[in-house]
Design a protein around this ligand. Structure first.
Ligand code: ADP
Ligand code: MG
Length: 460
């Protein structure tokens, strides 16, 4: 899938408003009914259906009419929402070439106003095993919107939180700059993934540094869980930077020892094969009786003085809580068990890997004139029983997300949250119907200025 940011220049404020409405609707509808989108978006002069058609044309939405007429966001649609939000915040002004493609992410270069280049990671959790997620629905029942949108957002939140915490503790990781939805902006690491390196000046030093990082991580109560030559970057001075954190776990995880040993073994194996390094002994946790085997002593998981709790305290401060960790672990572990089917349901979203090599997104400079968003004075109401999810849960989700919301998103979120609260309040008062169906119509004389999105090409 190409990230054709060129499309951004053709999208109006109404387009983004409707796109955001679909996103909000997806909190409790896998496919959002067109009528609900219209009600959430509340375009001043109507015209939601025309906008939907336009978004469909640009593949930002997917149309589904199997059960009822509805829409859902595509990855591209979600990408654009995140990109637009970040651009509006001034985090970056242009998107450049793709620099990485993982099983569950796409990485692009982005540049800020001063021309500083950073890395943008767009999480695609569930891209490969969307079916696996679906098959796990039984224990995910409590959250009908437990989908790639939610999982990718969690992965980004976790990655950002870990990167920040690790950075604070002096680990060689990229600088965590910003996150929004499924997107993380971080500093660009100079160098290459270790897997691409055929020769090293000082393989022993590099090996020791890497093993040292695994040990220090464990001392801080953490295990990377995907610590291998693909997630270790190395520069010309043979300086190491560790990347890719969504799967990290605490040393108190029930499979901690297995994950730790696997990380260590990956590094031993790689250095043995690639750089012909020889090691005296294998890693055996039970073998620490053997004196003189310094390496084995060092790599014994149980002998590491860990300070678990790092996760809970410091990560919660970044907005990544215990429940988030439980949700993401369920997905990761479920996937490990049954990730054999790569035939994703989202056929149009599955990347043709061959495409990635010659993907060269035109650079784009965006600047938006700030517009005041007056809020609608009128409250919109839903009919009771409209949504399948828990109203309360959704209302609190809305509040939770308000911190990150800007512009249109903030306005819609606030408005929807209000609707929820009033729906809950009315339900408590025992009312059957909550307002009339067309009460959403905007009768307040809001003067909405036309969106003026100025975009200029810039080359960098
Ligand atoms: P995934 O979770 O999909 O494996 P990674 O975070 O490992 O994603 O990134 C995939 C690839 O993108 C990496 O192997 C690397 O080449 C590139 N990459 C990721 N982050 C950065 C960064 N901050 N700077 C430079 N390249 C990066
Ligand atoms: Mg990776």
């Amino acid at each position: 899938m190409k990230l054709d940011v060129d499309v951004l220049r053709y999208l109006s404020k109404d387009d983004f408003r409707v796109l955001t409405a679909v996103e909000l609707g997806m909190r409790n509808h896998e496919i959002v009914p067109a009528e609900l989108i219209d009600r959430i978006a509340r375009l001043k002069h109507g015209g939601t259906y025309k906008v939907l058609k336009n978004l469909l044309k640009h593949k930002l939405l997917h149309h589904d009419s199997t059960k009822y007429d509805g829409f859902r966001l595509t990855y591209l649609g979600y990408d654009f929402l995140a990109i637009k939000t970040m651009v509006n915040k001034g985090v970056f002004v242009s998107v450049g070439r793709q620099i990485g493609v993982g099983k569950e992410s796409d990485i692009f270069e982005v540049a800020d106003e001063d021309g500083k280049i950073m890395a943008m990671k767009l999480h695609r959790l569930g891209r490969v095993s969307f079916r696996a997620v679906k098959s796990k629905r039984d224990y995910l029942k409590h959250r009908s919107s437990y989908n790639w949108l939610y999982l990718s957002r969690l992965a980004a939140l976790k990655e950002f939180a870990f990167m920040k915490a690790l950075q604070t503790h002096g680990f060689p990781v990229p600088e965590a700059v910003e996150h929004n939805r499924h997107c993380v902006i971080m500093s660009l690491v100079q160098g290459y993934p270790l897997v691409q390196v055929k020769q090293l000046q000082n393989p022993e030093t590099v090996f020791e540094t890497i093993i040292g990082i695994i040990i220090r991580l464990a001392e801080h109560g953490l295990i990377h869980c995907d610590f291998n030559e693909f997630n270790i970057m190395i520069d010309d001075e043979e300086k190491i930077t560790v990347i890719d954190f969504p799967q990290m776990v605490s040393v108190s995880h029930r499979n901690a020892k297995m994950y730790f040993d696997r990380d260590v073994e990956c590094i031993f194996k790689f250095f043995r094969k690639r750089f012909n390094m020889t090691f005296q002994e294998s890693i055996d946790d039970n073998d620490n009786s053997n004196e003189g085997r310094e390496e084995a002593g060092k790599l014994c998981f149980s002998s590491i003085d860990s300070s678990a709790g790092f996760l809970d305290k410091e990560l919660a401060a970044s907005g990544f809580g215990k429940k988030d960790e439980e949700d993401i672990q369920r997905f990761i572990e479920g996937e490990v068990e049954s990730d054999t089917n790569s035939d994703s349901e989202d056929g149009d979203l599955v990347r043709n890997l061959n495409e990635a090599d010659d993907l060269n997104v035109d650079s784009l400079h965006l600047s938006e004139q700030d517009e005041g968003h007056e809020s609608h004075g009128k409250e919109e109401r839903f009919e009771e029983g409209e949504n399948s999810g828990s109203e309360k849960e959704e209302a609190s989700d809305m509040e939770e997300n308000n911190d990150n919301a800007v512009g249109i998103e903030a306005e819609l979120t606030k408005s929807l949250s209000k609707q929820r609260h009033s729906a809950i309040a009315s339900a408590r008062r025992g009312r059957k119907k909550l307002g009339s169906r067309n009460s959403h119509k905007d009768k307040g004389g809001r003067s909405s200025q036309n969106a003026k999105v100025q975009m200029q090409m810039s080359s960098w």
